[in-house]
Design a protein around this ligand. Structure first.
Ligand code: UDP
Length: 338
């Protein structure tokens, strides 16, 4: 299949391009390089032996996006990653987030409608469940009011896709990611946090590498066995493979509804302290950390019900928490060499 991957030089996008090319699909990347580097394309070529087509422009540019679709009206599918994703920044600059994340989606949907492109995979997030009432959280759980403009763009995007698909020829699959971590086994691609990382795993690896002095564990008074917050961490390569399964489901006409949503997690929850222990065990590094106050806006615990994705997509996460930590550490060491 000929697949457009928006945001294809980003963290999850680049890993997905690798898996698509490994499966023999033809890939076109569009990225504005706002949070990634063009050298990622060289790395993808090194891993797969194939260079994806790469176009640099901003998908909020209506004219450029329309011109792209005119020239590529034979696309078999689109995986739409391109979006801003920093929760804290979205609180400070909501319009930046609404404009970017929603306008790019609208322009893509225009192109899909006009040229009858059959399939869309959309990057959604478990943030749509907020603090779930039942765990593990299933796709049938209620969507909770968003706690940040970022989270709201994911909820609104899901609604826009549902409304548009209802009256168009395309199918869509919304993939609700839990916490993606780790890097490709080659350590040629991975997450490139700019500045001080917000996320736990890059903060851990940078602390172990001596770039940060100490990790703060945000809160040890949650209602969890050790008091620290629980998440469902998933290896980025496993996550990437879910996108291929989603595209192939639509291509083989296996969708049961025009728009389907699937959780993409492992089904296992780990507390912050358990993650630290898994990191120490798998790498042999000792981590300097302290307990700090809770971080505003954090949910207490969330992990995924995976039955639907396992059964319907025929997909299952394979890597365990220690493999995830080892791969994150290998990537950190590779980054330092660069
Ligand atoms: N966390 C932490 N210290 C950090 C960064 C994160 O204790 O420096 C905790 C955070 O409070 C949450 C978990 O690690 O409970 C995962 O946070 P992350 O930002 O990676 O992902 P989120 O679940 O917030 O999207």
């Amino acid at each position: 299949m000929k697949i457009l991957v928006t945001g294809g030089t980003g963290y999850i996008g680049s890993h997905t391009v690798v898996e698509l090319q490994n499966r023999g699909h033809e890939v076109i990347i569009i990225d504005n390089l706002s949070n990634s580097y063009s050298t990622v394309v060289d790395q993808i070529e090194k891993i797969t032996g194939k260079r994806p087509v790469f176009e640099v422009f901003d998908l909020t540019d209506k004219a450029k996006t329309a011109a792209f679709f005119q020239q590529n009206s034979d696309l078999d599918g689109i995986i739409h990653f391109a979006a801003y994703k920093a929760v804290g920044e979205s609180v400070e600059k909501p319009l930046k987030y609404y404009r970017n994340n929603l306008e790019s989606l609208l322009n893509i949907l225009d192109g899909m409608q006009e040229y009858k492109i059959p399939s869309l995979v959309f990057s959604s997030s478990c943030t749509v469940y907020g603090e779930p009432d039942e765990l593990p959280v299933s796709e049938a759980a209620p969507i909770k009011p968003a706690t940040s403009p970022y989270g709201n763009t994911k909820q609104i995007s899901e609604e826009i896709i549902r409304d548009t698909a209802a009256n168009s020829s395309f199918n869509a699959i919304l993939l609700r990611y839990f916490n993606p971590i780790g890097a490709h086994e080659s350590a040629l691609i991975g997450e490139l946090p700019i500045g001080v990382p917000n996320n736990l795993i890059p903060y851990i690896t940078q602390t172990a590498a001596g770039i940060r002095e100490q990790l703060s564990v945000f809160g040890d008074d949650y209602d969890t066995p050790d008091g620290t917050a629980i998440r469902d961490y998933i290896h980025v390569t496993d996550l990437a493979k879910a996108h291929i399964a989603a595209l192939e489901r639509m291509a083989h006409k296996k969708s049961k509804e025009k728009v389907e949503a699937f959780n993409v997690g492992t089904g296992n929850g780990y507390s912050v302290l358990e993650v630290i222990r898994a990191f120490e065990k798998s790498t042999g590094e000792k981590l300097n950390y302290k307990i700090a106050p809770r971080r505003a806006g954090d949910v207490e615990k969330v992990w995924s019900e995976t039955t639907l994705a396992n059964n319907e997509l025929g997909w299952k996460a394979e890597k365990n928490i220690e493999e995830m930590m080892a791969s994150a550490w290998k990537w950190q060491l590779a980054l330092e060499k660069k």
